[in-house]
Design a protein around this ligand. Structure first.
Ligand code: AP5
Length: 223
């Protein structure tokens, strides 16, 4: 099962991908998470990417694409994966097609999480992320059981540097300019579904399971 999640910043891609990945026993591959990890480790890639990320601009394709290809070659991706944050523009989508062709695989399902702008801003400005396991919380929508502490691994929660009102506006501009065109691109390729991501997170997740079962009847959901 190869799933691509599309959607604007704050639509809930990361939140849903983590839950879906756990239930399907597949790796969740978030280019944003991998880049943030590189930034926190001050790697060469992290140093190059940091400025773009802080401003809400896309990191140059060649940096992100080689990082993604390395990740897809890992053995845990053999049975499938959930892609979150890639592709981000037409060039990345075309590269991904080639990568899939070379690996003899095809994207089996593309899900577009559609969310309204006022909801996106409210979600992003209140988001909290775990420093260790990257789990997402929200100050009011999904508060942690203990303030400032991750429910899953007990590590500290933090606010992303790009989660300010100004940067969110730029990220939305970049999304409309670079990424939203991919909706039509994937719609025409087939196996493309749109979900209303303004809905409660549990409703969105159960609709995603329905789509997984509809497109891959043999998919096993773990309890
Ligand atoms: P990335 O990390 O991918 O950020 P993004 O696409 O802007 O998406 P977000 O992580 O902000 O949102 P999300 O949809 O995952 O929402 P979430 O589930 O967290 O990228 C960051 C940066 O890295 C980019 O700006 C760029 O610089 C760079 N980058 C990454 N990939 C790249 C690429 N391919 N090419 C070039 N550059 C790249 O939810 C948000 C909040 O809402 C959370 O607090 C959550 O608790 C809450 N929430 C979620 N769903 C619901 C719900 N249904 N109801 C109520 N609350 C909800």
């Amino acid at each position: 099962m190869k799933i691509i999640l599309l959607g604007p910043p704050g639509a809930g891609k990361g939140t849903q991908a983590k839950k879906l990945a756990q239930k399907l026993g597949l790796p969740h591959i978030s280019t944003g998470d991998i880049l943030r990890q590189n930034v926190s480790q001050s790697s060469g890639l992290g140093k190059e990417a940091q400025g773009y990320m802080t401003k809400g601009e896309l990191v140059p394709d060649q940096l992100v694409t080689s990082m993604l290809i390395d990740r897809l070659k890992q053995p845990d991706c053999l049975n499938g994966f959930i892609l979150d944050g890639y592709p981000r523009n037409l060039a990345q989508a075309k590269t991904l097609n080639e990568v899939f062709q070379n690996m003899g695989i095809d994207a089996s399902l593309v899900i577009y999480l559609d969310a309204s702008e006022n909801i996106i801003i409210q979600r992003i400005c209140g988001r909290l992320v775990c420093k260790k396991c990257q789990a997402n919380f929200h100050v009011t929508n999904m508060p942690p059981k203990k303030e400032g502490i991750c429910d899953y691994c007990r590590a500290e929660l933090y606010q992303r540097v790009d989660d300010t009102q100004d940067t969110v506006k730029n990220r939305l501009n970049v999304y409309h300019k670079e990424t939203s065109g991919l909706i039509e691109y994937y719609r025409q390729k087939g196996n493309f579904y749109t979900l209303n991501a303004d809905e409660d997170a549990d409703i969105v997740l159960s609709q995603m399971f329905e789509l997984v079962q509809k497109t891959n009847g043999s998919a096993k959901i773990q309890s």
